[in-house]
Design a protein around this ligand. Structure first.
Ligand code: 3HC
Ligand code: NAI
Length: 689
């Protein structure tokens, strides 16, 4: 086997080169290789300074996440860092791409850092439910100060080379070839008689305890329920109060605890699930240089903004100038808000606006490589639009629909070439939400599918493959949660109880609050069309309470406010519906509410994977995390089910189904089968891969 770490001595500089594709992760062999190389070069009288650099597209992007939970060979990463730092000759790390996690810890253990101008670096461990495990917080606090360390360790977001240079993390930015610049830098250190500069020996720039806690409070505000952010704050706190070795030893213990825990397991699952979901077995993507979106409404506008954000020109088409003006006005207001919040600059907003062209005739879609239809949810209208698009567009252009509930096979049947047709189901607000369900019909051809996937990725969405069914993956599942929310209201809960149960589970919003936001007329119309009844939801909508837009729905809203306020009028409506249904209202324990809503999701998820609507259980998890705010640190509905234990879920669903007579709560056959076998969704997925 070839070794991933090689050394070479050039003009008195000992080069350590790491080559471990795809991201130079710190496998056993890489850690061992670096430690051995440093020891050898330190002893070599011809070597005056040591340089660590990486082959491929990036410096070390972290510990090898695949090795977590498996036995590790020495040296540990912390020991490797100590060996680097303890080298008596100056050690320089040369950074390009993304120096992350354990990779950045290696860089911080080196005595000097040089980086390309486009390099990024950071400690994203918190996003995997961890803290930096090899002294990262301790060294970073000594190099850049405690406040910077808090930002980087708790925030988990990478910073640019320029920002790192400004705060003293990076000593020099390489103007051209990194290896050339880094070698010259190392030589200049040697020539200038610069010695090793162990980070551990540096003092930490002080920060007042009050100021420290204020920064921690700000950075942990939205992290309720998660263990890692507070553990990261503790790690920086220890850096300031304990001797270096003691602080790092404690970090290692905390790292081991967190990495064995369910939250980190869930977050690692999501990391790989997301990447797995985005892979397609076949098909080659056609280039998309220009897109068109038909329908400049809520969704069409958001979709167009996503293209513009990725630098792709897009034509937004609607029926007349007034509709275009309404759409563009909404887009302009969105940009203005982003500029106000500082998330983009005014110049960026202008650039993006310039990429959105508008038209009132569908022939303007003729130049597009991909057309996404987002007109009203009406089968006849959409069929007419696609028939016309087929006549206008090039034969190799992909035609996509953003329908959320129509039968995509029936829709594609109007086309002469249905192979070019696919569903691209975005989520509202489409410029923000990352999920895009890519819905294939029986006729969608592999290249069309590949083009839809590639385009979704290009516009920073997370694509997940779905097959055709009512509601596809996400909305089919959400319908089951909504049904439980309605039943809970009938049986004794109030909207605030139902929503709080879901928020306490970790969702940012409860289901009824969400319905108020999107408008209660939407669900009402769908139920009418399907002949289903939700007595409480129907009564609220029929009273003209359509949610935020009418100032009242499940909750009441003060003028101009989006904050839901519990409303005695809703309680009255709910109680009267319960009475008319002959239901004696009871106090429902929080745990029962949570279990009924979450287990209903899991149950439908099991049917969806058994039917092949979703390709794998982990795809269902990705849909829920990116489309519905399922807490990432719980891994998604099916990973969470594995964690809770399938036998318990089956047992509870049996109880709920028997008590309520609601057949939809009876455990799905796959769920029952896996529970009986003592298996998990994860194993089922692995066995079928
Ligand atoms: N370990 C193992 N595999 C990794 C990995 C890692 N740290 N990082 C990326 N990979 C794999 C991916 O799974 C993917 O594999 P695949 O091709 O088989 O699906 C491949 O590398 C390429 O990754 P991406 O598709 O994500 O490529 P991008 O170019 O889009 O992104 C990246 C590259 C920015 C490095 C991104 O992969 C990333 O953010 N990786 C995770 C970085 C991270 O979290 N590091 C910290 C790890 S924890 C740690 O270091 C603990 C320490 O403190 C002790
Ligand atoms: P909308 O009502 O906000 O916008 C529809 C737009 O289409 C309007 O601007 C209308 O003028 C335009 N339009 C109608 N007929 C047209 C035609 N023949 N040619 C060109 N433009 C035409 O609707 P919204 O909410 O944007 O929904 C659009 C589609 O997206 C629907 O299929 C809906 O089911 C789907 N969807 C909606 C989501 C949501 O949360 N609103 C989420 C995901 C999908």
């Amino acid at each position: 086997m070839t070794t991933p770490v090689t050394t070479e001595i050039v003009d008195g500089i000992g080069l350590i080169r790491i080559d471990n594709p795809p991201v130079n992760a710190l496998s056993n062999a890489v850690r061992g290789g670096i430690a051995d190389a440093v020891r050898v070069l330190e002893q070599d009288p011809d070597v005056q300074a040591v340089l660590i650099l990486c082959a491929g597209k990036t410096f070390i992007a972290g510990a090898d996440i695949r090795e977590f939970g498996k036995p590790r060979q020495p040296p540990s990463l912390a020991e490797t860092c100590d060996i680097i730092e303890g080298c008596t000759k100056p050690v320089v790390a040369a950074l390009h791409g993304t120096a992350l996690g354990g990779g950045f810890e290696i860089a911080l253990a080196a005595h000097y850092r040089i980086a390309t101008s486009d390099a990024r670096m950071g400690l994203p461990e918190v996003k995997l439910g961890l803290i930096p495990g090899a002294g990262g917080a301790n060294r970073l606090a000594r190099i850049a100060g405690a406040e910077q360390a808090l930002e980087i360790v708790i925030g988990g977001n990478p910073i640019s080379a320029a920002d790192a240079h400004a705060v003293g993390i990076v000593d020099e930015i390489a103007e051209n070839d990194l290896r050339v610049a880094a070698t010259a830098f190392a030589k200049s250190l040697a020539a200038g008689g610069k010695a090793a500069r162990p980070t551990r020996a540096r003092a930490i720039e002080a920060i007042a305890p009050d100021a420290f806690e204020t920064v921690v409070a700000r950075l942990t505000r939205k992290t309720a329920g998660q263990e890692a952010p507070a553990a990261c704050a503790d790690s920086v706190r220890r850096a300031m109060t304990l001797p270096f070795d003691e602080a790092v030893a404690r970090d290692r213990e905390v790292f081991a605890q967190l990495s064995a825990g369910s939250q980190s397991r869930a977050l690692r699952h999501v990391f790989f699930a997301e990447r797995e979901a985005a892979k397609l077995a076949s098909g080659s993507a056609r280039p998309v240089a220009r897109a068109a979106v038909v329908g400049a409404g809520t969704m069409g506008g958001g979709i167009a903004m996503s293209f513009a954000a990725a630098g792709l020109p897009v034509t937004l088409i609607d029926i007349d100038d007034a509709a275009i003006e309404r759409g563009m006005d909404r887009i302009r207001r969105n940009y203005a808000t982003s500029v106000e919040r500082g998330s983009i600059s005014a110049a960026e907003a202008e650039q993006r606006l310039a990429l959105i062209q508008t038209a009132t005739t569908r022939s303007a879609a003729g130049e597009a490589d991909l057309v996404i239809e987002a007109v009203f949810e009406n089968m006849d209208l959409k069929r007419e639009v696609f028939r016309e698009l087929e006549a206008i567009c090039r034969v190799d252009a992909v035609l996509a629909t953003n329908t959320s509930a129509l039968d995509v096979d029936a829709l594609s049947a109007v086309l002469d070439r249905p192979g070019r047709f696919v569903g691209m189901h975005f989520f509202s607000p489409a410029n923000v939400m990352k999920l895009c369900e890519i819905v294939r019909t029986d006729a969608t051809d592999p290249d069309t599918l590949a083009t839809a996937f590639a385009t979704a990725k290009r516009i920073a969405k997370v694509p997940v493959l779905a097959r055709n069914c009512d509601g596809f993956i996400g909305n089919r599942m959400v319908a089951k949660r909504s049904a439980q929310a309605e039943r809970l209201l009938q049986e004794g809960a109030l909207p605030q109880d139902v929503d709080e149960a879901i928020r306490a589970f970790g969702f940012p919003m409860g289901p009824l609050q969400t319905n108020d936001m999107s408008g209660l007329d939407v669900g009402y119309a769908i139920r009418k069309r399907r002949g289903t009844k939700f007595p409480i939801a129907d009564a609220i909508a029929e009273a003209g309470r359509l949610g935020q837009k009418t100032g009242a729905g499940y909750y009441r809203y003060e003028a101009g406010s989006r904050t839901p306020v519990p409303d005695p009028e809703t309680t009255r409506v709910i109680e009267s519906v319960s009475a008319s249904l002959g239901i004696e209202r009871r106090e429902i324990p929080r745990e029962e509410m949570t279990e009924r809503m979450i287990f209903a999701l899991i149950n439908e998820g099991a049917k969806i994977v058994a039917e092949g609507i979703a390709a794998r259980p982990s795809d269902v998890d990705v849909v829920w995390i990116y489309g519905y705010g399922f807490p990432r640190w719980r891994g998604g509905p099916l990973a969470y089910a594995d964690e809770v234990g399938l036998p318990y879920i089956v047992e509870r669903l049996d109880v709920f189904a028997a008590r309520s007579g609601d057949e939809t709560l009876a455990p799905a056959p796959l769920l029952r089968e896996l529970a009986q076998k003592g298996a998990t969704f994860a194993q089922w997925q692995k066995d079928r891969a």
